[in-house]
Design a protein around this ligand. Structure first.
Ligand SMILES: Cc1ncc(C[n+]2csc(CCOP(=O)(O)OP(=O)(O)O)c2C)c(N)n1
Length: 359
């Protein structure tokens, strides 16, 4: 018996909107003017939210912050494909997902200013943010499995970086999702770096999407700076998930234009020319050109939008900075019931504060 090919696998690439704002008419999603404007507004808002956070950090008014500059299409395009009851599990760089899903800017700023209290007043949106890399993959698969067992028609989306694909949690989650056909969409934000480690050194695989094939489900690469491609592919994957078709992995090929976080200096490990090449592929610029070609955007609308968003951000920062977290909250929410040793620490601190106030 000669050798035979028993597995034939391939990974598709999808792009719809090119860097010059030209669209592939055969693939162009049928979106009305209001929806396209909403996409654009949310991407610009995400970028301006980020920019303000970096400035606040430099002024000592914000803690360590990871910017999503350049990755707005992946976050916003995928978020707008969800239904209100879907579960979503972002990592630390998906500010655009949270903004698109209606998390108030004020709460996002409070969180990054260092108070978990923001989580106490979050609107009911079925989500949690994970800082430990890749742990959210397991949460998302678990939530999707629970929904499936309870015969609910919700899906879950999980966001993670290229670096996260080297974690055991990623592989455990992918395997489980494949075996149990959970309604999960895995969105890999391949922004080319995991801190200073380039994508080429992360894995010997040609694509990250092909990892899904080994777990028995579809993996696809999309242009992550193309909001139309990200939106269309996520919408299709979510519909497939909800109708019993199982999971999908979407590798969004994008680029982290800024530093890993405010504690990082990317000039130490990547060349300026590479960054400049990616600047030409900017996701917001190309969407704006597309809208202009369609006659639904112009400089006047742009100026009005920037003014409006600037005001929105200033108000959110003001509210966030005037929020004073009650001191006991840092003890209160660690456990469902406060253990004795924490209670003692809280009492001691409160005693110390009231003594100081009395002085
Ligand atoms: C389990 C765990 N290990 C290490 C870290 C420290 N850390 C934070 S971000 C990061 C790199 C993540 O890279 P990637 O998954 O590509 O996401 P990106 O930061 O590029 O968005 C590391 C190692 C962490 N947060 N959690």
């Amino acid at each position: 018996m000669p050798r035979q090919k028993i597995v034939d696998m391939s990974v598709d690439w999808l792009s719809i909107l090119d860097p010059e704002g030209n669209v592939d008419k055969n693939l162009e999603p049928d979106l009305d003017k209001g929806t396209l404007e909403k996409f654009y507004r949310t991407m610009v808002l995400t970028r301006m939210f980020d920019d303000k956070a970096l400035k606040l950090q430099r002024q000592g008014r914000m803690l360590t912050y990871g910017s999503s500059l350049g990755q707005e299409a992946t976050a916003v395009g995928s978020a707008f494909a969800m239904k209100p009851d879907d579960w979503f599990f972002p990592a630390f760089r998906e500010h655009g997902v949270q903004i698109a899903r209606g998390i108030p800017l004020k709460l996002l700023y409070i969180y990054w200013m260092g108070s978990e209290d923001a989580n106490l007043t979050l609107p009911q949106k079925n989500f949690t943010v994970a800082i430990p890399v890749s742990t959210q993959v397991l949460h998302a698969v678990g939530a999707a499995w629970a929904a499936k067992l309870q015969k609910q028609s919700t899906a879950s989306i999980v966001y993670f970086g290229d670096g996260a694909t080297s974690e055991g949690d990623f592989h455990e989650g992918m395997n489980f999702a494949g075996v149990f056909k959970t309604p999960t969409v895995f969105i890999c934000q391949n922004n080319q770096y995991a801190i200073s480690l380039p994508r080429e050194k992360q894995t010997a695989s040609k694509t990250l999407a092909q990892k899904a094939l080994a777990y028995g489900f579809e993996g696809i690469q999309v242009d992550g700076n193309d909001v139309l491609a990200v939106y269309s592919e996520t919408l299709a994957a979510l519909e497939k998930a909800r109708s019993g078709g199982g999971p999908t992995m979407i590798e969004c090929v994008t680029y982290r234009m800024g530093a890993h976080t405010t504690s990082d200096d990317p000039t130490k490990y990547r060349k300026a020319a590479e960054v400049e090449e990616w600047r030409k592929k900017d996701p917001i610029k190309r969407l704006r050109m597309y809208l202009e070609k369609k006659g639904i955007w112009d400089q006047g609308r742009e100026d009005t939008l920037i003014k409006e968003i600037t005001g929105e951000i200033e108000k959110a920062v003001e509210e966030a900075e005037s929020y004073k977290p009650p001191i006991e909250n840092m003890f209160k929410y660690v456990y469902a019931e406060m253990p004795q040793h924490l209670k003692e620490q809280m009492d001691e601190l409160q005693g110390f504060i009231s003594k100081k106030k009395g002085e």
